[in-house]
Ligand binder design. Sequence first.
Ligand code: ATP
Ligand code: MG
Length: 625
Amino acid sequence: MSEIQVLSPRLANQIAAGEVVERPASVVKEMLENSLDAGATQIDIDIEAGGTKLIRLRDNGKGIDKDDLSLALARHATSKIRTLDDLEAVATLGFRGEALASIASVSRLTLTSRQADTEQAWQAVTEGRDMQSNITPAAHPQGTSVEVRDLFFNTPARRKFLRTEKTEFNHLHEVVKRQALSRYDVGFSLRHNGRVLHQLRPCRNQKDKEQRLAALCGPAFMDSAVFVEAEVGDLRLWGWIGLPSFSRSQADLQHFFVNGRVIRDRLVGHAVKQAYQDVMYHGRFAAFVLYLDLEAATVDVNVHPTKHEVRFRDGRTVHDFLFRSIHRCLADVRPGDEQGAADTSHLAASQPHAATTDAAASMPVHQQSIGLQQPSARFASNDNDRADPPTAAALNQSHQTYQQFASVGEQRAGFAVNPASTASMPAGDTEVPPLGYAVAQLHGVYILSQAEDGLIVVDMHAAHERIVYERMKQSRDQQGIKSQPMLVPKSIAVSEKEADFAEQHAATFLELGFVLQRASAESLMVRQVPVILNNANTEQLVRDVLADLIVHGQSQRIKDAMDEVLATMACHGSVRANRQLTLNEMNALLRDMEVTERSGQCNHGRPTWTRLSMAELDKLFLRGR
Ligand SMILES: Nc1ncnc2c1ncn2[C@@H]1O[C@H](COP(=O)(O)OP(=O)(O)OP(=O)(O)O)[C@@H](O)[C@H]1O
Ligand SMILES: [Mg+2]
């Protein structure tokens, strides 16, 4: 007797819904994607009870033809692709023709739409096991409305997994934020239980975008973010990255878009993490909103049911491009840079920063907004409350003094002072450098400096440590990695795949100072290692590098391990607390900071300096200006 039966359309759709429709937030995501695919420039979302009772979305997109309405609600029906070739270069967010059918099978869904140049809008609802559509005339302006009521009313098992109204709404809110970050040219509004939460107008320029960003990610992020833009071949990256000093206790402010699609991707995550490695305080997370645009055919979007992951045809190139662009941008951040962030300081409540409190979600540090503005009249005035800036001659002399103590660390580590990386003097007597001129040293720990607009406080050891470290790295990069044979070559047991890889990448290892030889099918012989890593755990390092090469196509580990050794040397070779510095020495240190990469963070990612503006100081004394 035959036992196999074809499932009813509704049941088949409900099963499919299991993959796509997890909670109200997933419904909103699918609906927003449809509206964007339809070319909408305005999308209004109305939510009740966290989306469990009602999700209503209205757009002004191109609408759906009356004859297509029932197809829109049918499974495997789409207007977006026709052939496999289309799928391979798909430019729309949707392509499976499943979302509406799935949602309709687990809720009470009404689809209303009107196309341009038609007299009448039409409305469709589905009924029964077969999900037959019932189509009636309706009133609606051009565009489409989808109304989803009582999500999961007919699938109690699913309904049980729903959390509180608040939690569900938070998820949904996150989805709306992300989509709003993906399309600045589209206006969005969001209401929950009648209360308006967002009213975002389409952005016309960079300033509008930054305002939207501040509204969605918080003004504090915008304040300490820099704009990044890079292009290599077909790859284009742009967006905002948070300064390392604005780190988070969670990875909750990380948004990545590939061709306008919201993506959570391991390769991307790894590249970004690596770019921040040298400057991020241990255990903290970077914040970023980044957009990667590349040719649609070089990325496969059909790898995950909710389309949250992608596969890059050339993952290694993408990884490399992301890492390099972000790494470069972070290295280039100097005191006085006005690279990115619009002035949103009026939005931010000024708050004293807590550099290392773990409780703090973020660590805003007032480093960004010191500008190289026109020389201040204040310095020229005879106001004897304020110190006169040192003359260029005095600074030159100070520079020499500083050189003597600054070179100590390098000598100990066996590096020569690199004249190219030392400070240049300010052009004239009146031009105030971004970090200002030292006025005093506090308790042997901090340098107090008078800057264009207020007071700069520098952690002298932390800052010097970074300078020495960057110089050591530079000298290594210029002189190449010195390698030495191991007294007793070390044999390492690996898998055959790893051994193959090591053989194929022998040149890569050689470049990094390692000489590896295959000893047998499943073992390697380490014959030579970099001098600087003489005492490191070679076996672990080689294994980790191989794992990286296999998964990510490249590895930073050897360099990282060297950096770690250099960082320790830098730490020991840097000015200790309680060492008295002369004003000249302090000024020379400040000038060095201004020209050193990553000088805003010490080698452990902590900030090296902060600023109290005159306005902030005035506020402390209730002094109006
Ligand atoms: N807001 C809308 N405006 C215009 N047409 C729409 C809208 N929403 C859906 N459609 C039409 O209905 C069809 C089915 O939508 P549905 O979301 O189910 O599938 P899809 O978007 O094609 O693919 P996917 O399942 O990947 O989302 C779409 O192909 C589109 O033609
Ligand atoms: Mg869709």
